[in-house]
Design a protein around this ligand. Sequence first.
Ligand SMILES: Nc1ncnc2c1ncn2[C@@H]1O[C@H](COP(=O)(O)OP(=O)(O)OP(=O)(O)O)[C@@H](O)[C@H]1O
Ligand SMILES: [Mg+2]
Length: 378
Amino acid sequence: MKLSKQDILKALESITVPGEGMNMVESKAVKNVITFGDEVIVDITITNPSLQAKKRVEVDILKTIHEQVYEKAKITINVKVDAPVKPKANVIKGAAVPGLRNIIAIASGKGGVGKSTVTANLAVTLAKMGFKVGVLDADIYGPSIPIMFDVENERPLAVNIDGKSKMKPVENYGVKVLSIGFFTKPDQAVVWRGPMAAKALNQMIFDAHWGELDFMLIDLPPGTGDIHLSIMQSLPITGAVIVSTPQNVALADAKKGVAMFQQDSINVPVLGIIENMAYFTPAELPDNKYFIFGKEGAKNLAEDLKVPFLGELPLVQSIREAGDAGRPAALQTATPLEQAFEKLTQNVVQEVVRRNDDLPPTEAIKITTMAGCSAVKK
Ligand SMILES: Nc1ncnc2c1ncn2[C@@H]1O[C@H](COP(=O)(O)OP(=O)(O)OP(=O)(O)O)[C@@H](O)[C@H]1O
Ligand SMILES: [Mg+2]
């Protein structure tokens, strides 16, 4: 059997690249194909550095050539990983926490729209892409990150760094996590006054050993309150990601969220808006979409406010179940959801790269009193 390069390329055209909507040949992932007799060598380059992605692409190629061209073809695949450019470090020299390259606040305005779900899934997807990731759960009133990462019974250990005792974040799915939930009993209501909460948060930032992180994601409580100011005072936030459902009440609050970050005295770039629960899709009818909270509300808001639209996520039972089970849905491999999260995460990374190219590093804001935004100075 003499294999032809054309036949191999034609077969490879049937493999789509996750998250790109293009086939492998179109996207120029296939660098070279050499055939001699029944042997074929395929050189490809992928951008996702995870082992899983490499494995998936190898399996796809083997299967496709064996099925479509010749079942006994002897195939050698050389995979080169061309990882996405690491976003430049954003944090200013001498910044409060060395080693944190990009700090992203996830906010919403309205509660329950999916900030924590989005944070957890972005985090695990970034980790799969090969980035070093940490999550700081700053929702002092309802910390949900420990459950979503299945670490609610763990506690951070103390480590000695340069003679100082520091908290070591707990780790799961390649993501480092600290949450106020680690310091309270699970069924204890956390009713904290602002200054106490701010102190606890500062400890999780400054008395913790986060190490080097490409991304620290901060899961904020709903609203636009003291905790937000306190975080922006403690840390130079690279940018904010706003989560909203398409529903009017959520959009109104999302708008307030954007306005808070954009006001002159704060000036944290808004990386974009994510539309969560964009439509409902039942598992048994995967092609049906029900726009129960309205259609494209967050997308339109992004256009109105001239901030990037980062993408949409459907309302599906498996996202909720995965969150409750402590294994974010984005970890499920080769599912449409994994692809949706990959696309969303790529958009976020792209906006971070753009932001860091275009704008100077953010500075932590200086607040003279906690009375409100009017007392905020740059
Ligand atoms: N796309 C989705 N599909 C299905 N369920 C979802 C989706 N997004 C979030 N949920 C579920 O909705 C509920 C609220 O989500 P989540 O806790 O992430 O919101 P939040 O904005 O962080 O809430 P809070 O304001 O209380 O912190 C959770 O039970 C979560 O599992
Ligand atoms: Mg939350």
